[in-house]
Design a protein around this ligand. Structure first.
Ligand code: AMP
Length: 281
């Protein structure tokens, strides 16, 4: 665990340097969601956002974290991507990781913190600051390690009913040439017992990607169900942890990207962000 402990004690590994926030007043000013003020609050601060996306496998963390990272100009760091890169590299960890990942289990805290720390160090060397983390933390230990090295401004918890999550994971496809993600699932969950109807159109690939689509090895029904069970057991306690710190924003996705994206921006008070940014330029 030497590396983990080193990570836990070294804020500079997370690329914060002198912009490290130490008081709750500073954090509160930096968080547009928690304290209002909309985009101007984000623009006024001298450091970029440090956000975490929580949510079950398949909920769309990657999609929304990636869009927000483009909007806010911070890196989107998905630990699942770091794991898949390591798997593809056929490095020393690769065989050990593939067994774990293909069963839907979690990689050890030590390995994942090590991968994340390397990614953050590489980003820091390139001048990156701030981040939107997707898929990390996944255990209380990971949350504690993160909390030891930096202050998270906001944790966005994306939610969808479980039936939708399974169908969405089974419908996920990636083009092995351009790397873009698509989804071939037609979701239409009728609302009942006060719950809204959720429908999502498939996100189909353009013709040039059609013959190059691949499915993630861990997106089979059996493995998706195992991942959901593990999420509920291991990661759900994180919701309470961040809720008790006043950092959790719950967001029930109302449908696909066209309905959800504007609503998410509104919830984050970022709906006027682009306008404010061009006015300030
Ligand atoms: P994801 O793409 O987030 O679903 O991650 C794919 C797989 O990578 C997971 O099923 C885990 O095996 C592993 N993984 C990703 N992030 C973590 C994490 N924070 N802790 C442990 N394992 C992880």
């Amino acid at each position: 665990m030497a590396r983990v402990l080193r990570v836990a004690r070294s804020p500079s590994l997370f690329g914060l340097g002198s912009r490290f926030y130490s008081t709750s007043a500073e954090i509160s000013q930096a968080s547009p969601f928690l304290h209002g003020g909309g985009a101007s609050r984000v623009l006024a601060k001298d450091r970029n956002v440090q956000w975490v996306f929580l949510g079950c496998p398949g909920v769309g963390k990657g999609t929304y974290a990636s869009r927000l990272s483009t909007l806010l100009g911070v890196p989107h760091i998905a630990t699942g991507d770091l794991v898949r890169e390591e798997l593809a590299s056929s490095g020393p960890l690769s065989r050990q990781l593939s067994e774990i990942v293909n069963q839907g289990k979690l990689v050890s805290d030590e390995i994942i913190v090590n991968l994340l720390s390397k990614r953050l160090e590489a980003g820091e060397a390139k001048g990156e600051s701030g981040f939107i983390l997707d898929g990390f933390p996944r255990t209380m230990r990971q949350a504690e390690i993160l909390g030891d090295v930096t202050d998270i401004d906001l944790v966005v918890n994306l939610k969808l009913p479980e039936e939708v999550l399974v169908d969405k994971c089974l419908g996920r496809r990636t083009c092995n040439q351009c790397g873009k993600g698509f989804n071939v699932a037609h979701i239409n969950l009728k609302g009942e017992n006060g719950k809204p109807t959720i429908s999502m159109d498939p996100l189909l690939p353009p013709p040039q990607c059609m013959s190059k689509l691949i499915t993630r090895a861990d997106d089979t029904e059996e493995v998706v169900k195992a991942r959901l069970r593990i999420y509920n057991e291991t990661s759900q306690p994180l919701e309470e942890y961040y809720r008790s710190k006043g950092k959790l924003m719950e967001f029930d996705l109302p449908g696909g990207i066209p309905e959800s994206w504007p609503r998410l921006l509104e919830a984050l008070r970022l709906d006027d962000y682009e306008e404010k940014q061009s006015a300030a330029a």
